[in-house]
Design a protein around this ligand. Structure first.
Ligand SMILES: [Zn+2]
Ligand SMILES: [Zn+2]
Length: 236
């Protein structure tokens, strides 16, 4: 699905309806997050579908070091040689040298909505099915540019969480700072390590001019994006 000119959403059921985003800036391709599958088959299929080859993928940006977003990383790095970008705080988790920060065991209410992600809460706490480790190449943070994309440091869900904004296309990739599945939320509540930082990060995002928002879990927001972002700020 093309959520804005040159920005494609890739999703899968596994990993909590996880989504990644392929950005074609007219020169190179940049992938934001890598979905849950270790073999990256959905990303490779998307490249084929666009008539591009793995070698066209020049950059991989990771919003943060959680399992669902890192599945295809090692395979894609091996196949494409793409430069891997992430925040320094997440780098040793992505490289497999440190486990992701545990989250609460408490189920989120209403349980009839949030039981759908409870297995992921357990997974992160027990380090189940770890990703294939892969070192990052470049540490980035607030104010850095990756091609036409602006990097925003948006902590809260995790300390080194990044969002990516393409001003010209009015598109924000919010990562896990916003979820649309199993319900619209200011990130999955059980996973937000620092709610105060999360609120501040969302307020900053709400100042951007947005027509489309890609999120880490659930379908992208392509209608009434600014209004929806305003609602999410109110939930945080
Ligand atoms: Zn996450
Ligand atoms: Zn996630």
């Amino acid at each position: 699905m093309e959520i804005a000119n040159g920005i494609y959403s890739l999703g899968q059921r596994r990993g909590g309806r996880v989504h990644a985003f392929l950005v074609d800036d007219g020169h190179d391709l940049t992938l934001i997050d890598t979905l849950a599958d270790d073999d990256a088959r959905r990303v490779l299929a998307a490249l084929r579908h666009l008539g591009r080859s793995p070698a066209d993928l020049r950059r991989i940006v990771l919003t943060h070091g959680h399992r669902s977003h890192l599945g295809g990383l090692a395979a894609l790095k091996r196949m494409t040689g793409a430069t891997v970008y992430a925040h320094a705080w997440e780098a040793d988790i992505i490289a497999g040298e440190r486990r992701a920060q545990p989250v609460t065991f408490r189920p989120t209410r209403p349980v009839r909505t949030w039981w759908r992600i409870y297995h992921l809460q357990l997974g992160i706490n027990f380090g189940l099915k770890p990703h294939v480790p892969c070192p990052i190449d470049v540490a980035v943070s607030e104010g850095d540019a990756i091609g036409p994309l602006q990097v925003l440091h948006t902590p809260g869900h995790s300390p080194g969480h990044l969002a990516v904004y393409w001003p010209e296309r009015r598109t924000l990739i919010a990562g896990d700072a916003i979820a649309t599945w199993p319900a619209l939320a200011a990130g999955w509540p059980a996973f937000n390590l620092n709610p105060r930082q999360e609120r501040a990060s969302l307020r900053r995002m709400a100042e951007l001019d947005v027509a489309a928002i890609g999120v880490g879990h659930g379908e992208p927001i392509v209608r009434d994006a600014a209004e929806t972002l305003g609602r999410v700020v109110g939930m945080a």
